[in-house]
Design a protein around this ligand. Sequence first.
Ligand code: DC
Length: 221
Amino acid sequence: MANKRLNITMDGPAGSGKSTVSKLIAKRLGYKYIDTGAMYRAVAIRSHELNISPDDDTGLEQLCKTVKVEFVDGKITVDGRDVSVEIRTPLADGLASVVSSRAPIREAMIALQREMAQVGGVVMEGRDIGTVVLPDADLKFYITASPEVRGERRHKERLAKGEESDLNQVIESIRERDKRDSDRKLSPLKPAVDARIVDTTGLAILDVVDTVLREIEEYKN
Ligand code: DC
């Protein structure tokens, strides 16, 4: 058991710190880090580029038959093109939020995510990984924080990048996205029944990483 390569799921809302935590945990364990939000963002950008409306299920199905979403050397590509920067724009935020609620897109991405986890040794981050994508994962975490704290983190990130940002607006848009992600029929945002809940409000991210690593070590032994 001590040397078994586990599959670990990290779900939670935007701005909870789960990306930073997931990346650091994967690095410490020598596991593969898979950001499923980036996959939805990449496919959303491609559908937009091809003028496929989010309501056009047939168009989305056709796209999913051929689209190639891949992680290459820490970058994400869609049909061979590096979209690592493009997926982080406000336009991509909006497109991904809409496109990720469409059944053909979810089916295709979920199948791809399961394939990526087949060999074991992955830290997979998203919204529905513990509930839908990998219900039999070895260890499941649900990372969360209050909307105010998450808003403040996003706000600071934007200012650090030299972008304009209004804290109240950021918090409001986080609340809206939470609601959309939690209310949707397909794969709503919620903790798996067997997930370990980690509330990062008031905690430094590195302390969260230590807590999660300790739980993983306890599980392995
Ligand atoms: O985590 P993120 O903000 O990069 O995710 C982008 C969008 O994709 C967001 O609207 C939530 C959605 N998403 C999803 O529906 N299921 C996942 N497993 C990951 C992300």
